[in-house]
Write a protein that binds this ligand. Sequence first.
Ligand code: ZN
Length: 152
Amino acid sequence: MTNSLSQSIDLTCPKCRQKFKAEIWLIIDAAEQTNLMEKIIQEKTHELPCPGCGNNGNVDAPLLLYRPSETPILIFSPASQTTQEQDREQADAEMERLRREGQKAYQELEEESRCRAENAPLLQMLQDFIQSETWSESQRIVQQHPSCCQTK
Ligand SMILES: [Zn+2]
């Protein structure tokens, strides 16, 4: 069972109005999708060029990055046009999906959160990420939360 999740969406190019289908990534397991890591680093994961005119559209979608052998194990990059409430629901939904379909991944996350201070459960950690406005901000927050599980 793969942990990564992409979704096919219908888009309309804002420039030439052409409709096209595109795939956006919602969850990326870094161990599975090494080829996507380059894009993530360049913050281009949700950049989708229009097949008609080549206009580079940016899709506003959240991204959950799961890194089984890295610290931190989880990075959430929220969509920028959503409210914090929507972001939290989105993160909850993705966590729930992981719990159902990626048991091993979820267990690792649980372990990670247990390993943190008891008053800082995983959801709180997620919320910190969610409340950040940008990808770089998420990464900054991540760096402020060094994991205690640095055994790998
Ligand atoms: Zn176009």
